[in-house]
Structures are given as structure tokens and as C-alpha cells.
Design a protein. Structure first.
Length: 131
């Protein structure tokens, strides 16, 4: 039996919503607690490591500094590889309410997944007594 155009459109919409929500939740999960790591902060750290490498005479400390530099470079690469959280949040807020309503996802479940209350408010998802 062939699907109606309406059914096909609903499937496409559902996939788009799921992709936007999954991308945002993955970006939230990838963020570490505390002060956010920015490109500027990593570049400053690299400059500091380079300066310390020029001065350091102890071979063991030099090895540690080289390792720190490798890790900072990796962090810089991952920062440029990750999507912008603000644009992901914007897409999330566009679709989250419809997705939550359709799937029966409560405010508490979103909060448990790490979605900030302010983001849920932007999405039109309100806290209720049940969750």
C-alpha cells in the first residue's frame, strides 16, 4: 500500500525534528561543566606552552609541555569541528514543542537530559505539576 503525500511529509518532518533535537542534545552532552573552552582561551594556552617550552630546561617537564601542547591542539581542532551551540539551540527551540507533544516528552525529561530551563521556555515547553 502506497503512502499518502501527507504521510510522507509527516515522516520527513519527524526526521528533521529528530535530527535537530539529537544534534542539540549531543552538543549539550559534549560540553564540559565549568568555564567554557573557547578558541581564544586555547590559543592563549598554546602561546603560554610555547613560551614555557623555550625556557624549560628539565627534560621531563619539556615532555609534559609537549603533551600539553598536543592536547591543546586537539582541543582547538575539536572546537572548530563542533557545531555552534547557539544555532543548534535555535533549531531545537523551533521543533522541540511539537516533538515533545507528539512523543509525550515532559519538561522534567528534557531537564533530565540537560536542556536548560531557559531553552525550554524559548521552545514553549512549560513546567507542569506532572513534570
Amino acid at each position: 500500500m502506497a503512502m499518502s503525500a501527507e504521510h510522507k511529509a509527516a515522516l520527513v518532518q519527524g526526521r528533521k525534528e529528530a535530527k535537530a533535537i539529537k544534534s542539540y542534545l549531543e552538543a549539550l552532552a559534549a560540553r564540559k561543566p565549568g568555564r567554557p573552552v573557547t578558541k581564544d582561551s586555547v590559543e592563549k594556552k598554546l602561546a603560554s606552552i610555547d613560551a614555557r617550552l623555550k625556557e624549560e630546561r628539565d627534560p621531563l617537564r619539556r615532555v609534559d609541555l609537549h603533551q600539553s601542547r598536543i592536547e591543546a591542539e586537539g582541543s582547538l581542532t575539536s572546537l572548530s569541528d563542533t557545531s555552534d551551540i547557539d544555532s543548534l539551540e535555535k533549531e531545537f527551540t523551533k521543533v522541540a514543542k511539537a516533538y515533545a507533544d507528539r512523543k509525550g516528552i515532559s519538561y522534567a525529561a528534557w531537564r533530565g537530559a540537560g536542556v536548560p530551563a531557559a531553552t525550554l521556555k524559548k521552545a514553549g515547553i512549560a513546567r507542569t505539576r506532572r513534570g
